[in-house]
Write a protein that binds this ligand. Structure first.
Ligand code: MN
Length: 260
């Protein structure tokens, strides 16, 4: 039964949001539990999406993506450096190979099915490595990129390529961003274009078809104080919604274009 206030053609825009796992002491002893910062799902919901947390349950990632309109790859611990052919340095932390493998499979399925991807922090690093890129395992002057001020405050600015999809979403002016990363892009992955940087350090990239945008900062921490950061989620959800109404073979357009 529908209520009179519902638009008949309105379907929820289903946005998958990846989670970490952690061992937690429970009444059953120490058990693996889901870990997800609520600010990701609240930002997606506030932008009009239906956030659906995704965990490595054994379900087929191809089927999970088929049930979604968009995918957010969230932040978290470091990727296993073995994936890009390196031994871990001492500062590498939080490696979870099960999560890595699950998210690589989700990303591959999203690309195969034309589902838009917003890749945040660790997510950006994962997209880069999936395309034969590498990471700086520990940025020497990383204090600049790991702020101690509140997370909704900016730590540094990024210069945005005015001709990019990112610029169409948040505007071409320098953008104040927060910063919580001790790793960074070293070799850029195939088919990625850097569209924002901080003094030469890549802070955002996108694919030519506009389906993947990767950002090194954490917009979900800033949406309540910074409209340009919220615009990122709004544009992503709107693009995911419009994709849902197109045939899978239609020409992919940048999700930023849906915002202008
Ligand atoms: Mn930074």
């Amino acid at each position: 039964m529908s209520t009179p206030t519902l638009e008949l053609d309105r379907r929820p825009v289903r946005i998958g949001v990846t989670c970490g796992t952690q061992l937690q002491t429970t009444p059953f002893g120490e058990q693996p539990t889901v870990s997800l910062n609520m600010r990701y799902v609240r930002a997606v919901a506030r932008a009009g999406g239906l956030p659906l947390p995704l965990v490595p349950s054994g379900a087929d990632p191809v089927e999970l993506i088929a049930a979604l309109d968009g995918l957010v790859l969230t932040g978290g611990g470091d990727l296993d450096p073995a994936i890009y052919g390196e031994e871990a340095v001492d500062q590498v932390y939080g490696v979870d190979r099960e999560r890595d493998d699950f998210e690589f499979a989700l990303l591959a399925a999203a690309e195969a099915q034309g589902v838009p991807v917003l890749a945040i922090c660790r997510g950006l690093q994962l997209v880069n490595v999936s395309r034969a890129g590498t990471l700086i395992q520990h940025v020497d002057d990383h204090e600049l990129h790991w702020q101690t001020t509140p997370s909704h405050e900016g730590a540094h600015t990024v210069a945005i390529d005015p001709a990019s999809a990112l610029a169409a979403m948040v505007g071409p002016e320098d953008l104040l961003v927060n910063s919580y990363h001790h790793q960074a892009i070293d070799t850029l992955g195939d088919g990625l274009r850097v569209v924002a940087d901080a003094g030469g350090l890549p802070e955002a990239f996108e694919t030519a078809d506009g389906l993947i945008t990767g950002i090194q900062w954490h917009p979900e921490q800033m949406v309540e104080h910074h409209p340009r950061q919220f615009a990122l989620f709004e544009a992503f959800v709107r693009f995911a919604q419009q994709r849902d109404r197109q045939s899978p073979t239609s020409d992919p357009t940048s999700w930023s274009n849906s915002h202008v």
